[in-house]
Design a protein. Structure first.
Lengths: 308, 331, 180
């Protein structure tokens, strides 16, 4: 059982378009209440949204730093247009800040400086890890679809390369990106004329199948799972084999509570069974899934016998 | 105008013969198994078939490009490395890669092998493409299907390598190489297993009224009335309900990409290789499409207007689009 | 899958005049007369195209219901190198099967000959696929790689019946040509 306090809990970037006050207050609350060691911050999904929270970014960063959180700036996951490229450049070339690179464009700008490889970078194997280490990667967040077997094989290599690994353990799973905005499309608009309609769905717009089954959620150009990833049963085993950090991906409710629960589990103060019950009671209401981790359908959920 | 290379699909040796005979300048194909992004049952080449295919094509002046464009999960690199080694040994004219590890391996072990960056690498900015060129000596990039012609032109001016662009066939809505939708529904990963919407997880249910429901895993992707054209259940071409719209194609309609009208413009924008999608399609499809585009490209080179009326019958849903290539409104 | 799936012949578009001819012409033929011919066909496939089985992969041994919707009977196909099977059944007594491929006789001949794109046939609803789609796709791809020689190769193995069999095939192909 992992009792290592050296293991870190992190908060991924807010993926959704929240009103700027909501966004700011969320991070203030994280600073005050969430037991996370590192906070990733920045616009990952759509460059059009980046200016929206720029005004309060310095205050948020100060508040988080004062609370002892390490700050990492996440870059755009898809870089196509001139706006995208400027948005990326402004973050990647800011200097003196730690970057989470989510597209290969960022590596061009980083030019060998130390960075964190984000979950959108397609790190699937040892050779990719080795190459990125050579380019300055110090820490890598793995794609959510990577199964346990591949994570285990990567850990060994990461040890050799002296870099650390991170796995998302909670929150909706990012599944796809597109140049087209599906929020705009649903509202009969296009991306250029989008009116920022993605702000209407703080946890994404639910897509149901024609027979009414909840399936996916749309977040502008991004598509995420309807289900909420939950690896609370698997986390300590991952910590034991050497995964260094565990990511909570923000939702509009229940995120700070989830961070507390995962934190207790990581410290060995709560069993996974109890954590599961407590997570089920948080305000964020979506069924759990852990299928990818077990090499199965991503939406599947399986209960794992608790190892204490 | 530079004479572009017509790059054509082949899922089987028979498909390769059809493409070569119909006038392809280059044919792309993959080895059996997960090392390529069209890992469907009954498709692709054994090493022996690949070697024979290369001979057949080379004897007729056609190039053969090896698609080794999926992402090996940790612990399974060996199969991808073997595929690269085989492709080099058989004298294949280029290796098309997506994974950084596979690219690094190819560049390191076979520095003289021509390397193409697959669309699955999702390199959509000059910076990303330049990075791959600098690090691995990539000679050609296959551009994602999400760019406008104007953007392609802009990229062309800023990169040191050739540009290959899709002109016809299935059009994926999502950024290539970064889509786990199919894996979410089926457990088979497009990136790692090389298959989107694996046939083993596809089901069609037809009721007594002739209405057809297509499912992927446990999820209904679309329903067709008896007089409606059907589609293959890919998630990004399905119909869904939201609170504000019901029964609509949330991502894209089941359409095919057809850039015939844009061919001259693409060629002027700096595209030097024109790619036809469809390794999973039949030999008859390959023969018809390749022959039509052979004529079209030749017509463009002679400043004539190409006639492509017959191709629409072969497209999914019998509908076509210019997708992102036509302009920003598509987004 | 359910053995008594719907007979949807009514819903399949057919080339007009030819549509009902096979059903009427063959209706009185007792199936026991057909069975040896069918078995001979499948044996011919196994003999002429052993490579088919490598490509067929997961489709080997699967039972395909071949439903030419304008024939009075359906056929059950099992491509297994050791125990190949092609057998006719009356429509009222459908056998258990893994996948079903349905279309008019000419559509199915098109498939075997690799003359038309099967995806296009499916998109336009001329072809119906049900059940184990993976096995059906493997069968399609394996057949496609025989470069359209399947029907001729089978017919040429008919011994003394080669000539009449080849004539039947030629007539069918001619009708198809005119229907197109």
């Amino acid at each position: 059982m992992a009792l290592g306090t050296s293991k870190r809990l992190t908060l991924g970037p807010v993926l959704f378009n929240w009103p700027v006050e909501t966004w700011r207050d969320f991070y203030y609350r994280v600073a005050d209440e969430a037991p996370v060691d590192r906070v990733y911050i920045g616009e990952v999904v759509c460059s059009k949204r980046a200016p929206l929270f720029r005004t309060c970014l310095p205050d948020v960063v100060d508040r988080l730093r004062n609370a002892g959180k390490e700050i990492v700036f996440s870059t755009l996951a898809e870089v196509v247009s001139g706006t995208d490229r400027k948005c990326l450049e402004s973050v990647a070339c800011a200097g003196d800040i730690l970057i989470e690179a989510n597209d290969m464009s960022a590596l061009w700008h980083l030019d060998g400086n130390p960075f964190i490889a984000g979950p959108y970078l397609n790190v699937y194997n040892e050779d990719t890890l080795e190459f990125l280490a050579g380019k300055g990667a110090v820490h890598v967040t793995l794609p959510p679809e990577l199964p346990r077997s591949a994570i285990a094989a990567l850990i060994e290599k990461a040890g050799e390369l002296k870099l650390t690994l991170e796995v998302q353990v909670h929150g909706r799973m990012p599944l796809a990106l597109s140049a087209r905005c599906y929020h705009a499309r649903a509202h009969g608009l296009n991306r250029d004329s989008c009116r920022y309609v993605c702000d209407r769905d703080p946890d994404g717009m639910l897509l149901r199948t024609l027979d009414g089954k909840p399936f996916l959620v749309i977040n502008g150009v991004q598509t995420l799972s309807y289900t909420c990833l939950n690896l609370v049963q698997e986390m300590n085993a991952l910590a034991d084999v050497g995964v260094d950090a565990f990511r909570i991906s923000p939702q509009s409710s229940g995120t700070v509570e989830a961070a507390r629960i995962f934190h207790c589990c990581l410290k060995g103060e709560m069993t996974a069974d109890e954590a599961l019950i407590r997570l089920g009671e948080t305000e964020f209401d979506a069924p759990f899934a852990n299928g990818f981790h077990h090499g199965a359908e991503g939406h599947h959920w399986r209960s794992v016998a608790t190892v204490v | 105008m530079h004479r572009p290379e017509l790059v054509c699909p082949a899922g089987t040796p028979a498909g390769l013969h059809a493409a070569v005979d119909a006038g392809a300048d280059a044919v792309y194909c993959g080895f059996q198994g997960p090392t390529n992004a069209r890992n469907f049952p009954g498709l692709n080449f054994s090493p022996r078939e690949m070697e024979q295919a290369v001979t057949y094509a080379h004897d007729r002046g056609t190039k053969v490009l090896a698609a080794i464009n999926s992402f090996p999960p940790a612990g399974q690199m060996a199969a991808w490395k073997r595929a690269v080694d085989d492709a080099v040994r058989f004298g294949m004219d280029a290796v098309i890669v997506a994974d950084i590890g596979v690219a690094a391996y190819t560049a390191r072990m076979h520095p003289d092998q021509r390397l193409h960056l697959s669309v699955q690498a999702g390199a959509s900015s000059p910076e990303a493409i330049n990075f791959y060129c600098r690090e691995f000596g990539v000679r050609r990039v296959v551009l994602p299907r999400i760019l406008t012609v104007a953007e392609i032109k802009g990229i062309h001016a800023q990169i040191p390598c050739e540009i290959e662009a899709f002109i016809f066939g299935n059009i994926g809505m999502m950024a290539e190489g970064r889509c786990s939708l199919s894996a979410y529904a089926t457990g088979q990963s497009t990136n790692m297993d090389g298959v989107c919407s694996p046939a083993s997880h596809v089901h069609y249910l037809q009721d007594e009224g002739g209405n057809l429901k297509s499912l992927l895993g446990e999820f209904t992707i679309d329903c067709f009335t008896c007089d409606e054209s059907a589609g293959y259940p890919t998630i990004c071409k399905g119909r869904y309900d939201t609170e504000i719209r019901t029964g609509y194609y949330a991502f894209e309609e089941p359409v095919s990409l057809n850039l015939t009208p844009l061919l001259p413009e693409l060629m002027r924008a700096g595209v030097t290789a024109l790619k036809i999608e469809g390794r999973q399609r039949s030999r008859a499809y390959v023969a018809a499409v390749v022959a039509a585009f052979r004529k079209a490209v030749d017509a463009c080179m002679e400043n004539r207007v190409p006639d492509m009326a017959g191709l629409i019958a072969l497209t999914e849903g019998h509908r076509e689009t210019q997708g992102a290539f036509g302009g920003r409104k598509w987004r | 899958m359910n053995a008594d799936s719907v007979d949807d012949a009514r819903f399949l578009p057919q080339p007009g005049a030819f549509r009902d001819v096979p059903r009427m012409a063959l209706a009185p033929v007792p199936l026991f007369l057909l069975q040896p011919i069918l078995q001979r066909i499948v044996a011919g496939v196994v003999r002429c195209h052993p490579e088919l089985f490598i490509r067929l992969g997961e489709g080997v041994g699967k039972r395909f219901l071949i439903d030419a919707t304008n024939l009075p009977f359906v056929m059950l196909l099992r491509l297994d190198p050791d125990r190949p099977l092609l057998r006719a059944y009356r429509r009222g007594q459908l056998p258990a099967h893994d996948g079903r491929i349905a279309g008019s006789l000419l559509t199915l001949l098109d498939l075997v000959d690799g003359n038309t794109d099967s995806d296009a046939l499916f998109f336009t609803r001329k072809l119906v696929v049900e059940g184990d789609t993976g096995a059906v796709v493997a069968l399609r791809n394996a057949m496609d790689d025989t470069e359209g020689r399947l029907a001729d190769d089978v017919v040429s193995g008919f011994g003394p019946l080669t000539w009449p069999a080849a004539q039947v095939l030629a007539v069918l192909r001619e009708i198809r040509r005119r229907c197109q």
